[in-house]
Every structure is written in structure tokens, then in C-alpha cells.
Design a protein around this ligand. Structure first.
Ligand code: OOG
Ligand code: MG
Length: 280
């Protein structure tokens, strides 16, 4: 376990990198090594910076649940990050990426649960808790140079590359549905860029909730009912650039899922570094 002040320093450099749009070198590359528990502690401190700026917690996202993603990032196990209201992008809206460093977008499935998660869940327990399902797009960004990773701890400390997210219409979950067969198709400017079965998400997106419950236990955290859970990408992520229309639709669903859409304007606004002072 690293000293608390070191963890605060690391969290502050990541927050400033995010706010000033100035990516930093990966800590592991600079010989700054911390363990998994410390990485989650840094993540928590970074979220506190957001709370101090008035942001409200909305939920959690699982990441690296798909083999495609793990291969893309050359990392080996799932992780999670927190989502706040400042990260929420309304569907059908234009979302400016000018403040982001090197954004990417990926197709996901979101859940809401009918009760708190306070312990490790079995698959059936996780399934019985699901109340709602929606299509979701996650917009990732990395506060590290070149969006390149060398260690899981680097990524976890950076709130698992969370940046923004958007959620489609929520539908009531029916336990007879076979979510594994749902196929997510993501187009950018009407070109199919990524397509994958939801079984790419931990073998079954419900399994992603099970893995989340295990990670929460590791960090002695619980999850309140009705929060947003992103279960992880079904495919690799696509670079997100201006002047794009991103659309996510689903096939093989037992109910009709309205496609989810967002756009990026053609802005080229220069983001002026803010040189913020962090409130503790
Ligand atoms: C880590 C976050 C991955 C997902 O859905 O797999 C993630 C990263 O790729 O930067 O959100
Ligand atoms: Mg994701």
C-alpha cells in the first residue's frame, strides 16, 4: 500500500490532465508502481474531485469485460469506474468533443437493478435483480499519452478511462430474454463500424454484474438500487472525431429497442488550459 499523500498526488495529476486536456505519461512507465487496491483508492479520490466540483454520482461502468477489448488494450481482467451526471450525454444531442484528449466510442448494454448490491452475487441472484435494460454508448478517454496502457493499475487509477456516456430508452427486463443473442451494431456516419453479440460481454452481460459484485466486494463498496450500470463494451472501441453521427441499434432482441443516436459537431474550439486549483 502506498502512502496516502502519494495516492492524492497521483489522483491530482490525473484530474488536472483531464481538466487541462494535457495527457500525462503512464505511471507504470515512470516507475511509479501501486497495487490494485491503491489504484481503486486513487480512482475514489479522483471522483471526490468531481464531487467537489458539484458533480453527482449516477452509477458505475464495467470495463474490459470483452475479449475484443482486452486484446485491443492488451490487458487481462475486468475493472470498473464511476459515472457522474457531468458525464451524461442526452440521446439525440450534439456532443462536443473539444475538451477531450483522444475520445473513443463503444457499444454497450446498460442495466438498472431493483435492489442494492451488498455482497457477491451468483448469476441467478444478479439476474433476479435486473429491473431495466437499455442500449448505451460509452465515450472513453484516457488521461495518458497515446491512450496506451502498460498496467491495469494505470487504467483503474484513471477511472477506467470513463469520460461520457449516453443511454437509450429503458425497457422493463423480462427474465425469459436471452440477452446473449442481442447483437449490437454501431454505425458512424451510416457506415457499420462495429458489430458484436452481447455474449462478447463476459460471455453474458448478466455475468458482468456478477463480476462487478466481486470487484465491489474487493473494495468494500456497495451499489444502490436503480443506479446506472454499464456492463462493458461488446466490441472494440472506435475513435470519436468531430462531424460524426453515431448510431447504435440492436438485432435479435425480444422487444423492439429504439436505436440510440448522438452526434458530434464540427467544432475546432481550442480548449484553453484552466490551471485549476484542486479543492480537497
Ligand atoms: C478501459 C475501459 C474499457 C469497456 O467497456 O471495456 C471499457 C479502456 O479500454 O480504456 O470501458
Ligand atoms: Mg466501456
Amino acid at each position: 500500500m502506498n502512502k496516502n499523500s502519494t495516492l492524492h498526488q497521483i489522483a491530482s495529476s490525473l484530474t488536472l490532465a483531464r481538466m487541462n486536456k494535457r495527457p500525462i505519461p503512464q505511471f507504470s512507465q515512470n516507475g511509479v508502481v501501486f497495487d490494485r487496491a491503491s489504484a481503486y483508492r486513487i480512482q475514489e479520490i479522483g471522483i471526490k474531485h468531481r464531487f467537489n466540483n458539484g458533480e453527482k454520482w449516477m452509477g458505475i461502468k464495467m470495463g474490459l469485460t470483452s475479449q475484443g477489448k482486452r486484446t485491443q488494450m492488451n490487458l487481462d481482467s475486468p475493472l470498473y469506474g464511476d459515472l457522474t451526471d457531468a458525464m451524461y450525454v442526452k440521446p439525440d444531442s450534439l456532443f462536443s468533443i473539444h475538451a477531450l484528449i483522444h475520445p473513443k466510442v463503444e457499444p454497450e448494454i446498460a442495466f438498472q437493478l431493483n435492489s442494492d448490491v451488498t455482497s457477491e452475487l451468483t448469476y441467478d441472484q444478479a439476474k433476479n435483480k435486473i429491473s431495466k435494460v437499455a442500449l448505451a454508448l460509452e465515450i472513453l478517454d484516457s488521461r495518458y499519452q497515446q491512450f496506451k496502457y502498460f498496467s491495469m493499475e494505470d487504467v483503474i487509477a484513471d477511472n477506467s478511462s470513463s469520460s461520457h456516456f449516453t443511454i437509450g430508452n429503458w425497457v422493463s427486463y423480462n427474465p425469459n430474454w436471452n440477452l446473449k443473442n442481442w447483437k449490437l451494431n454501431m454505425t458512424i456516419n451510416d457506415q457499420l463500424k462495429q458489430s458484436g453479440l452481447a455474449s462478447e460481454i463476459s460471455g453474458d452481460p448478466i455475468q458482468s454484474i456478477v463480476e462487478l459484485s466481486q470487484l465491489l466486494k474487493f473494495n468494500s463498496r456497495y451499489l444502490p438500487a436503480n443506479c446506472i450500470i454499464l456492463s462493458g463494451a461488446a466490441t472494440a472501441a472506435e475513435p470519436l472525431v468531430s462531424n460524426s453521427n453515431i448510431k447504435l441499434s440492436a438485432e435479435n432482441t425480444e422487444t423492439s429497442m429504439i436505436p440510440l443516436e448522438i452526434g458530434t459537431p464540427s467544432d475546432v474550439t481550442n480548449h484553453r488550459p484552466l490551471n485549476l486549483h484542486l479543492k480537497r
